[in-house]
Design a protein around this ligand. Structure first.
Ligand SMILES: [Zn+2]
Length: 172
């Protein structure tokens, strides 16, 4: 069963039924993310399942968003798709975070034991924003285009390559 995840919630209460929660929100709500991408026009889609393991409430799921960044090769805008799983453990304070076994990623609740959706996801998303984004497909990269021009359709489909003729034009 999928339920909408409230913007602010108490993980302890959500861990009591094994529901899967989903939420979609605008990137603009994540100010630190907005500061490192070109424009924050897209949405973030997240899923979350809460469970209790011993003394702690765990949350896991995935998030998906597309961030607009500047290609570090051609300096044009490019879209980077971020689609990642996450798993976090809620703790009451920094001290409890320190005490967690190393394999768990802690996230600190507020003084009421609550958590905000933006606080839950902002760091996780920022971790996956590439530091030096580059067009993966060189045909899309502006640098490749200015060097070689756009390739005819026949070339990209593996048919006769008109540039093969150039091999015979050695000038050495
Ligand atoms: Zn590029």
């Amino acid at each position: 069963m999928v339920k909408p995840l409230p913007k602010r919630f108490n993980p302890d209460l959500l861990a009591r039924d094994n529901a899967c929660f989903e939420i979609t929100f605008a990137q603009k709500n994540l100010k630190r993310l907005e500061a490192i991408i070109l424009t924050a026009e897209n949405d973030v889609r997240c899923s979350a399942v809460f469970s209790r393991l011993k003394r702690h409430v765990h949350v896991k799921g995935s998030f998906q968003t597309v961030v607009e960044m500047q290609c570090q090769r051609c300096l044009q805008a490019m879209d980077v798709n971020i689609d990642e799983p996450y798993a976090l453990v809620f703790v009451g304070d920094e001290e409890a975070a320190e005490a967690l076994p190393e394999q768990f990623d802690p996230i600190v609740l507020d003084e009421n034991g609550d958590m905000g959706v933006y606080d839950l996801f902002e760091d996780e998303i920022i971790i996956h924003v590439p530091a030096f984004p580059k067009h993966v497909d060189s045909a899309l990269c502006g640098v490749e285009k200015t060097e070689f021009g756009e390739l005819p359709k026949a070339v990209s489909e593996g048919k006769a390559n008109p540039f093969d003729a150039l091999k015979d034009l050695r000038l050495d």
